[in-house]
Design a protein around this ligand. Structure first.
Ligand code: ASP
Length: 590
């Protein structure tokens, strides 16, 4: 229908007769001349209609925003003084000769030609219109460029794109499964994949060597955080490579991606052991753009006359840590109160602090209600360990280790954002040497990654000290966000059984749930390793979006529903009967 895209007209088209198609972005009537801004996926251009061409003028007069039109016209330079440098096509305009309305449009529920503070629920209900907005178009275009770059990079590195099933058995990635009832197997259910994990491992057993897939994954989690019940992973698996080999491939892929799409050189990614990440940043995904660090001061606080500090310092499961904020003595009482409330979200019962006014005068130079409990000697050592200077502020966390890490870790990021402490725009790193398991209150072990992750020790060492064992897992972190992670896998059947045993999975359950995997491991499974990246989060970071919903064409709401299609929805009794399902209506809330 068209000869050119609206958004691609430039001065080199001046003098050409062209045909455009698109939507009326905006219509202006300027004393007898009608201006239509016409928009398509490439951008927009201004079209002018003079009254000389009566019929087209009359049509142009009638069209409204979002009408779909086709226009024949002549590209010409904009008159002197009317060039719009903000617009890619701003040097030219089209003199409209013919106009045809291809389809009319109702007035949109929110303007598409201008910013309007419309609620997300309305945007999601009319997502097909929301996506017409330039900002959203740009994000989805970038998303497509990102997947293209990734595919190219992986194909160049010898990877094959292989699809794995959506109707399958549970894959344990730590979330609830989405279940699909089977019609042909009464009372039985498929699970949607939480990831293609087991299938990609089986592909290695089949000899495919280098697999990738841009795969949809499903996890039925509470959507407190910025998560989606279905999301996309760049899923990768390789044979005969160890962690070094896989990390190299993944790092190359991400580096090339940033170069190609954002012209950013991420450089070599540093490595950090999990223990250091927790100790210095309170997080296994440290934001290294921010220079602040948590410093352990347990040893200094053991003997102080202040239970709030001395008790956790003496407790093996407790921690006292300090966070030095250079220049922080300028914070107001109100700001400190707000930060105290903020750390409360993470379970901290308070936020002790010392304002360092004069390091040479420990008697009067330190301003804080707690200084008197600490004593001059501890204060002196503290100042020294932290390298505190006049004008600095020291925050403290003292509690269970997990509470201290979470609260001070979050405070560190909040201070970074509030006070703009960022030292670089991008800070990637690998976190390595994760523990194999985490233990609950009762000492029961759960896999920190998934149960197919190889430990960095032998089976006997693992059995002797499971809680202390490290795994061969690695996470890629960018700006405090986990971009992806993976591991060297267990390829030895015995080791896999030992890990299942340690996780409290009985032999019967092992056979029932993972029999096919154990079986495959008996038939010549090669050493293999892989990882997966969260595509939505990656696109979100690269587009600067504030939520993953902004980079997914049709996302779900926080309550895991689609307001546009109204899914999930009820189904007919006939369908339920076929599926052998009887629905018990929820009891009405009292
Ligand atoms: N399957 C893992 C996940 O979804 C990634 C991996 O280990 O490759 O997190």
């Amino acid at each position: 229908m068209r000869t050119h895209y609206c958004g691609q007209l430039t001065a080199k088209h001046i003098g050409q007769e062209i045909t455009l198609t698109g939507w009326v972005h905006r219509r202006r009537d300027h004393g007898g001349v009608i201006f239509l801004d016409v928009r398509d996926v490439k951008g927009r251009v201004q079209v002018v209609f003079d009254p000389d061409r009566e019929q087209s003028f009359a049509t142009a007069d009638k069209v409204r925003n979002e009408y779909v039109i086709a226009i024949k016209g002549l590209v010409r330079a904009r008159p002197e003084g009317t060039v719009n440098s903000e617009l890619a096509t701003g040097a030219v305009e089209v003199l409209g000769k013919e106009i045809e309305v291809l389809n009319a449009a109702m007035t949109p529920p929110f303007p598409l030609d201008d910013y309007s503070p419309v609620g997300e629920d309305v945007r999601l209900k009319y997502r097909f219109l929301d996506l017409r907005r330039q900002e959203m178009q740009e994000k989805l275009v970038l998303r497509s460029r990102i997947t293209t770059s990734i595919r190219r990079s992986l194909e160049q590195q010898g990877f094959l794109d292989i699809e794995t099933p959506i109707l399958t058995r549970a894959t344990p990635e730590g979330a609830r499964d989405y279940l699909v009832p089977s019609r042909t197997h009464q009372g039985e259910f498929f699970a949607l994949p939480q990831s293609p994990q087991l299938f990609k491992q089986l592909l290695m057993v089949s000899g495919f060597d280098r697999y990738y897939q841009i795969a949809r994954c499903f996890r039925d989690e509470d959507l407190r955080a910025d998560r989606q019940p279905e999301f996309t992973q760049i899923d990768i698996e390789t044979s005969f490579l160890d962690e070094e080999g896989v990390m190299q491939i993944a790092e190359t892929m991400i580096r090339e991606l940033f170069e190609q799409v954002l012209s950013v050189d991420l450089g070599q990614f540093p490595r950090m052991p999990f223990s250091e990440a927790m100790e210095s940043y309170g997080s296994d995904k440290p934001d290294l753009r921010i220079p602040l660090k948590l410093v352990t001061v347990d040893d200094l606080m053991l003997a102080v006359d202040f239970k709030v500090f001395s008790a956790p310092a003496a407790d093996a499961k407790g921690r006292v840590a300090a966070l030095l904020l250079p220049g922080g003595a300028e914070l107001s009482r109100k700001q400190i109160d707000d930060y105290t409330k903020f750390v409360g979200i993470y379970g901290a019962k308070g936020l002790a602090y010392i304002k360092v006014n004069d390091v040479s005068d420990l008697e009067n130079g330190l301003q804080s209600p707690i200084v008197k409990f600490l004593g001059a000697e501890v204060c002196q050592q503290l100042i020294q360990r932290l390298g505190a200077n006049n004008g600095d502020l020291i925050f403290f966390g003292a509690d269970k280790t997990s509470v201290v890490n979470e609260s001070l870790g979050a405070l560190r990021c909040k201070l970074g954002a509030d006070l703009d402490l960022y030292q670089s725009q991008w800070a990637p790193l690998w976190v390595v040497d994760f523990p194999m398991f985490e233990a609950d209150e009762k000492g029961r072990l759960a896999a920190l990654h998934h149960p197919f992750t190889a430990p960095s020790c032998s089976t006997s060492e693992l059995q002797a000290n499971a809680a202390g064992a490290l795994s061969r897992a690695y996470d890629m972190v960018l700006n405090g966000t986990e971009l992806g992670g993976g591991s060297v896998r267990i390829h030895d059947e015995k080791m896999q059984q030992v890990v299942f045993d340690l996780l409290g999975i009985s032999s019967a359950e092992q056979e029932e749930k993972f029999g096919f995997l154990l079986n495959a491991l008996r038939y010549g499974a090669p050493p293999h390793a892989g990882l997966a990246f969260g595509l939505d989060r990656l696109v979100m970071l690269m587009t600067g979006a504030t939520s993953i919903r902004e980079v997914i064409a049709f996302p779900k709401t926080q309550s895991a529903a689609c307001v546009m299609t109204e899914a999930p929805g009820e189904v007919s009794n006939a369908q339920l009967q076929e599926l052998h399902i009887r629905v018990r209506k929820p009891v009405a809330a009292e």
